[in-house]
Design a protein around this ligand. Sequence first.
Ligand SMILES: [Zn+2]
Length: 297
Amino acid sequence: MNCCKRSVIASVLFGALVFSGAMGARAQGKLSPKWEELTADDFRSGVQQSKGTCVLPFGILEKHGPHLPLGTDLLNVRYASLQAVAEEYAVVFPEYYFGQIFEAKHEPGTVAYSLELQLRLLQETTDEMARNGCKKILIVNGHGGNEHLLPLFGQAQMDRPHDYVVYILDGERSKPGGPAKKSTGIDYHAGENETSNTMVSHPDLVHLDRATRESGADQKRVNLPEDVYTGIWWYARFPNHYSGDGSVATKELGEWNMKNWIEAIIEALRAAKADDQSLRIQNEFYEKSKHPLDTRP
Ligand SMILES: [Zn+2]
């Protein structure tokens, strides 16, 4: 009995909270930046408010050393993107983690779609975003394994006409000037930087005490000139899918990294909104591509 009474009171209270929350949001005229949280009508307003500029934060599901969650890249890129759009409004596409991650297929929890599907899904996603008014799409990359995929995708937009522009912002970069780093070696994946970032975005998901259970050292198992690429390079050097030392991470370094990343996203959003040239030049290019023999210098 007690329990039911409580639940009735709870649901009345909850209803009142939801109602006042909705009223509050309306009264302030504030729209959620999250695509999935908007009503159809508010979505229209959101796209208008963002001047047709939308964000696609791109994560992945892969092992992150012995101490960070599989969705670290997705969690961090969404955290940074949502902080950025609080400053410079744009509609943010829901969770997207369908990227390139073949090199971690030997580890538990990795979701590695085929290359064909990655490219097709990304194209259909940006096509659908554009069909819904997102004519400027900023892909914020949160995953190192996408570093070649995304420029390829961007370049592939020249293959056939699109009525929108894709902008790609590469992953977070550790800028100089912040708190001194404690580790001195290579820090590519789940190391000091990324662990510090996750301590800011999702501190409850960081198991710092487990960070030394595996080695994130470069095992240098191939010896090739720097300008020779081979796909096995990552596994050869970092077979534990861990690169660096996450155990020395600090919240201060994470705050510095995140601040820089958020600022870079805001800058990219403002640049995309102000860009009135790319689409015009794209259209000129598509038109000329139809009859190349008429093209004169
Ligand atoms: Zn990562």
